[in-house]
Design a protein around this ligand. Structure first.
Ligand code: AP5
Length: 194
């Protein structure tokens, strides 16, 4: 099973590249951001609680997203592998994911970190905000708060995965096709390893 984590700050291209990678390698895309937005759209209790935090650019509680991921792992037992996008985002989430995957004997093979400058992240997100309908894309102070949350709570995961020998950095500011090729090079290098 090929389990990959796409890692990087808001706007670094995780969702864009996840689409390319799942198509090429026949994997299942697990985006906690998309799952939460589906809950908001369906106006569930969970969605309404998450919306308050997401609209401010803050993370939702670990227990909520860990539970969502566990459900998806259980409902996709025959998958070739998963692309985790926007999860894990805290050390607690990373530890929980390691445990969930260890119980299923299908560990993470690679963590692909996309490096993009803060200026470019802000430019991309505000540009998308003109048409995305995402409230967290439309205000520069909220975008800055999303990046600040990333720096404080998510960036420390780079050393967590570095210590496991799984982290690979890729320059994320090139055109989409070039970033995709660089990510696929890294995937090819681990694809046939046990
Ligand atoms: P989430 O939905 O995960 O958003 P994010 O991480 O902020 O990521 P984005 O979707 O903004 O960016 P991306 O890196 O996927 O880039 P994309 O490909 O879209 O999370 C939203 C919120 O949900 C969080 O703030 C939090 O509240 C909550 N949440 C989610 N998961 C959580 C978790 N695990 N724990 C707690 N809370 C959680 O690209 C962005 C733009 O750039 C697009 O317009 C794209 O077309 C463009 N673009 C992409 N690549 C390139 C390129 N190479 N060149 C030029 N433009 C590009």
């Amino acid at each position: 099973m090929l389990n990959l984590v796409l890692f990087g700050p808001p706007g670094s291209g995780k969702g864009t590249q996840a689409e390319n990678i799942i198509a090429k390698y026949n994997l299942v895309h697990l985006s906690t951001g998309d799952m939460l937005r589906a809950e908001i759209k369906a106006e569930t209790k969970l969605g309404l609680e998450a919306k308050t935090l997401m609209d401010k650019g803050e993370l939702v509680p670990d227990s909520v997203v860990i539970g969502m991921i566990e459900n998806k792992l259980d409902s996709n037992k025959t998958a070739n592998g998963f692309v985790f996008d926007g999860f894990p985002r805290t050390v607690k989430q990373a530890e929980a994911l390691d445990e969930l995957l260890a119980n299923r004997n299908v560990p993470i093979r690679l963590v692909l970190s996309m490096v993009v400058s803060e200026e470019e992240l802000t430019r991309r997100i505000l540009h998308r905000g003109k048409s995305s309908g995402r409230t967290d894309d439309q205000d520069e102070s909220i975008v800055k708060n999303r990046v600040a949350e990333y720096r404080k709570k998510t960036e420390p995961l780079a050393s967590y995965y570095q210590a496991q020998g799984k982290l690979k950095e890729v320059k994320g500011e090139a055109p989409v096709e070039e970033v995709c090729a660089a990510l696929c090079n890294e995937i090819e290098a681990v694809k046939h390893t046990a």
